[in-house]
Design a protein around this ligand. Structure first.
Ligand SMILES: [Fe+2]
Length: 172
């Protein structure tokens, strides 16, 4: 069934849906290329700043990987706006504008960063399942690599949160 709207696609096959998911992920990652530097700048703790700048470098590779996936699928990765990521980034921008204790503010920024990672993980998991169903091994491998990086970034954020939590508990 065809429907109107810039973000709508005709989804009749698993491949159609995979293509749609890849475009969504591509839009999400491209949005993050702009958002992560702001999060790095807004973070107070040097470990948190580094976590974001490291993940920015990975995000650039993830964009390149999605372009490679698109090539394998013989599609263009552009043409869709990931509205979910737009919202998650908007919330993150709010966390950057708050004032208060530096460690507490960092914990808020980590909350925003964790939301970003989980949103991305959900997208990659979905795409991996679809590509596995299609037996597109090369696509699965590329997506798995990015999923691994998102999971590692989330773990790193949680670790920094643990450290900050101790320091604020001590200060309180
Ligand atoms: Fe990413």
């Amino acid at each position: 069934m065809k429907r109107e709207g810039a973000n709508m696609a005709d989804l009749s096959t698993i491949k159609d849906l995979l293509e749609n998911e890849i475009k969504d992920l591509y839009s999400a990652e491209k949005q993050l290329l702009k958002a992560i530097p702001k999060m790095a700048k807004g973070a107070n703790h040097p470990d948190l700043q580094k976590c974001f700048t490291d993940h920015l470098a990975e995000t650039k590779e993830q964009v390149a990987r999605l372009e490679e996936v698109a090539k394998l699928l013989e599609i263009k990765p552009t043409g869709k706006t990931c509205m979910g990521m737009e919202g998650v980034i908007k919330e993150g921008a709010e966390a950057l504008e708050e004032t208060g204790d530096e460690a507490v503010l960092d914990l808020g920024i980590i909350g925003a960063g964790t939301r970003v990672e989980h949103y991305e993980m959900a997208g990659y998991m979905t795409a991996i399942d679809l590509a596995s169903q299609m037996k597109s091994t090369a696509v699965v491998e590329l997506l798995q690599k990015s999923l691994g990086e998102e999971k590692a970034a989330e773990q790193k954020l949680r670790m920094i949160a643990g450290t900050l939590m101790k320091s604020t508990a001590a200060a309180a």
